[in-house]
Design a protein around this ligand. Structure first.
Ligand SMILES: Cc1cc2nc3c(=O)[nH]c(=O)nc-3n(C[C@H](O)[C@H](O)[C@H](O)COP(=O)(O)OP(=O)(O)OC[C@H]3O[C@@H](n4cnc5c(N)ncnc54)[C@H](O)[C@@H]3O)c2cc1C
Length: 415
């Protein structure tokens, strides 16, 4: 007998019918979202950018995220835009927007744990993976059965990613991996990783790289957590000792790994920038409340700061809409993604300056007062946002060179 999933896969559906079907699915499987009070002193005053959780809490979060992800996928809403042959529904992105808008009105477990897998690794597999890899992993990723991480950065290769040194050496129809990656978010709970390795040290550095999908449970993979200044340990060092990857798990051509990495990085900037100043605009109301309750509402300098945050979050939102319109029109993400990420993090920095000047010592000493010390988690998290997915300085170079047409930065090359 055909499952409900098979039935919806077979449907060609109007937007109106799709919306009705999605609403029925959500009403049957989730509770409507309860509006949280925004009044000063009421509800949670949490302002975290990176959730700090114990290993047990992390596993519990993963379990509930997976339960929802499976329910959504089996209901026909897990991969609305994906090709049917790999488990998607092959509908235009407007249908995905309809679903997302509806889902945001319901209480569902955070899906953040799938952010890297779905935002970056899955689109790269779809673009560059072998047929076997697409069939083995795409549906499992979108159904939340597996979690993926991004194994790019190394101790001596971050911004200069093409300088990475983790080696992959061919052995018949396998590759043998040796080396170290670092800052790998979510590696501790990942089942697969997208790794870029050096396959030909004699070629110019951007050309001697190859991408693979690696099994994170394979012998020789060792994950060691790194504790960050916010207190949590959400990223890791990952060591590879004689780890074997079948050649059919290669992404793209041998020595074509730079193109594979760029696909992932563009999707990463799109995923991070998709907030388009969202944090700035979301928090403006809370910042105004803070300003009033701490008696700073008439301070002209503080008022000027909040006006700048408000204006730049609006501008960031419009810039982001332009970038998203390009994506929706089927064009490749370009420098707009860099602008989107840069404007988001610049506004976060402005927000930090505002919070610091209004809260003063209350930001660093916990007086127990609602809505004060809690912001220290935000301030401590912002530097990471300014580094992850391309640092502010690197993005400024991209904007300077590719948008404004300024002369190119001199780049170091292997001799
Ligand atoms: C929260 C978080 C999550 C992350 N998750 C992952 C992950 O899952 N997988 C992964 O592979 N990596 C991850 N990273 C790593 C991230 O991609 C790197 O930290 C980033 O690319 C910067 O590299 P780096 O840390 O080696 O700094 P460096 O490249 O050494 O840069 C140091 C400083 O020099 C500046 N700089 C470098 N080159 C130039 C230049 N040409 N012009 C001007 N200034 C320059 C930089 O802007 C920076 O301020 C994560 C990082 C963070 C903060």
């Amino acid at each position: 007998m055909a499952s409900s999933y098979d039935r919806v896969m077979a449907d060609i559906i109007s937007e109106e019918s799709f919306e009705a079907e999605a609403l029925q699915f959500l009403e049957s499987n989730a509770k409507p979202r309860v509006e949280v009070s925004k009044a000063w002193g009421e509800g949670s005053d949490s302002a975290v950018l990176f959730a700090e959780r114990t290993a047990q809490e992390e596993m519990a979060d993963l379990k509930s995220a997976q339960e929802w992800s499976r329910c959504r996928f089996d209901g026909g809403f897990g991969w609305i835009t994906g090709p049917k042959e790999y488990g998607g529904r092959n509908l235009p992105s407007s249908y995905k927007r309809i679903y997302d808008a509806l889902e945001s009105r319901f209480e569902i477990p955070s899906q953040a744990v799938f952010g890297i897998g779905l935002g970056m690794v899955a689109p790269t597999i779809l673009a560059h993976g072998t047929e076997l890899v697409k069939r083995r992993y795409l549906k499992s990723l979108y159904r939340g059965d597996i979690v993926a991480c991004q194994l790019f950065s190394e101790p001596a290769a971050g911004s200069d990613l093409a300088g990475l040194q983790t080696k992959a050496v061919r052995d018949a129809d396998e590759w043998v991996i040796n080396g170290q990656k670092v800052w790998t978010s979510g590696a501790q709970i990942s089942d697969i990783g997208e790794i870029i390795c050096r396959t030909d040290p004699d070629l110019e550095k951007h050309r001697g790289l190859t991408g693979f999908v690696v099994d994170m449970h394979a012998p020789g993979v060792e994950v060691r957590p790194l504790r960050q200044m916010t207190g949590g340990a959400s990223f890791n060092e990952v060591f590879f000792t004689d780890v074997r990857i079948p050649d059919d798990h290669r992404l793209g051509e041998v020595n074509g790994g730079w193109t594979v990495a760029l696909t992932t990085l563009m999707n990463e900037r799109a995923a991070i920038g998709a907030g388009g100043g969202g944090v700035g605009s979301l928090s403006t109301g809370r910042l105004m409340e803070m300003m009033r309750h701490l008696g700073r509402a008439n301070d002209p300098l503080v008022r000027q700061q909040i006006a700048e945050i408000y204006i730049s979050s609006k501008v960031a939102g419009y810039t982001n809409m332009r970038a998203m319109a390009k994506l929706k029109a089927g064009q490749l993400p370009g420098p707009e993604m860099s602008i989107a990420k840069l404007t988001l993090t610049q506004n976060m920095r402005r927000t930090c300056d505002f919070i610091s000047s209004v809260l003063g010592p209350k930001l660093v000493a916990d007086s127990g007062e609602w809505g004060t010390y809690a912001w220290s988690q935000y301030v401590l998290g912002v530097p990471a946002m300014r580094i992850a997915g391309g640092t502010d300085e690197i993005l400024k170079n991209i904007v300077g060179e590719r948008v404004l047409g300024l002369p190119k930065e001199p780049s170091a090359r292997f001799s």
